[in-house]
Write a protein that binds this ligand. Sequence first.
Ligand code: DQQ
Length: 537
Amino acid sequence: RTVSKIHRTGYHFQPHRNWINDPNGPMYYNGVYHLFYQYNPKGAVWGNIVWGHSVSKDLINWKELEPALYPSKPFDKYGCWSGSATVLPGKGPVILYTGVINKHSNEVQCYAIPENTSDPFLRKWIKPNAINPIIVAEHNMNGSVFRDPTTAWWSEDGHWKMLIGGRSKDRGMAYLYRSKDFVKWIRAKHPIHSAASTGMWECPDFYPVSLKGKNGLDTSVVGNRLNRVKHVLKNSLDVTRYEYYTIGTYFMNEDRYIPDNTSEDGWGGLRYDYGNFYASKSFFDPSKRRRILWSWANESDSKEDDVKKGWAGIQAIPRTVWLDSHGKQLVQWPVEELNSLREKEVKINNKKLKKGNYVEVKGITAAQADVEVTFSFSSLDKAETFDSRWVNAQDLCAQKGSKVEGGVGPFGLLTLASKNLEEFTPVFFRIFKAPNKHVVLMCSDARSSSLKRELYKPSFAGFVDVDLAHKKLSLRSLIDHSVVESFGAGGRTNILSRVYPTLAIKKNAHLFVFNNGTEHITVEKLKAWSMKSARRN
Ligand code: DQQ
């Protein structure tokens, strides 16, 4: 069967066909980046889950290989679900993943190693019978919500440690396991962390971040005795299908992690992305000393559409992630390798936008583009008053869309716009005045993205914690046919939207900058590029 191409991505990762979801076991080994992912080899809907496998030298151009893990044993007969890779020093990589053993989705943890570590692509993986499954849920645990082992870290106390997601009644938790030999694992008395009323914690991720600079740290760096390091714990909440993370301290000897009091657990917590971004997983790239974050972006069309298209699910552009200098949130930015796809640069400098102005950015393939822009304004006096009841950014964006006149803002980009603006996905800011501070709202509003009705078109939004002293705000959007992935204020607030225009496709897509606020906005500097397609073969 053929695959529908209209909304397929040019440079966001996706396999040739069929369904994908979570990124699994990302790693760098012997000069090669590996990406595995939850994959249905038989169709464009979730099911028959195996580990698809692709390899790359630059995180952008990929070679798709045969699945690395597929149901072949009693302990993974009903699916090879999510998991992680750990590179054991001197020994090579080990994958820990979740095997589903029956129809009731009872889950156990399994162990796989490359058949031949000198195969540069590590195509074949074996699951030793003698040791598998390596972990099963104990009697007092719920074995149907027990999955997604993390990358393990080496502790000075002589153990490997790793986390497994779970829940007890409504309480979300990350169980901690330890092992001396990576084969026999023992559960710590209490989870490393848990939070009431958050439901199942899928795909936990736990890693150190450096207090200074953008460099990433190997997962085994603990170091908080020297106070050089904080830790990040991320959970994907099954109930609402979004993720949050906290920043805190890992007390290795107590097997405990405690979030800082600036990091809230649960519904109101910090998010990597305020859009379509789930089951993310990071890894440390020793070749460039950075931590890289992968994430699944689900479709926002219907199952029937997916079956017709013959494919569903993409990966967000891999992002470098580091701790902000204030230590209160993470910052993310697309990996630098992405820039190698840029061509045909166009620029706009010092262009004033009065209220109601729309200026087209011409000369690039607007359906497959990268755009970076810095806006400035001379005063914040006209900023609208912020109402303290506006706690939910997404609701606020729904109320104050891109066409609702404001004081400072709304201003930003209209991406994937049709010529006469029947369709457009605006990505924009709006600045409010609150007692003693300003509140910055960033929106990526899919409501006007398509004339087609039967789509999920949310007005995704997040608040941006940014210093406005310089009276500037920057925005970068990666536009790729059915995805608009945006980074606000240098990657402090990010939003990925999936959209399916009917008119604003291919050569008929346009890009604009706009301002619908009474305060003049200046496009200080804008650069936009056509993006070449990534190689996928
Ligand atoms: N997807 C996997 C699970 C995981 C969920 C199954 C998250 O292991 O908890 O495909 O999207």
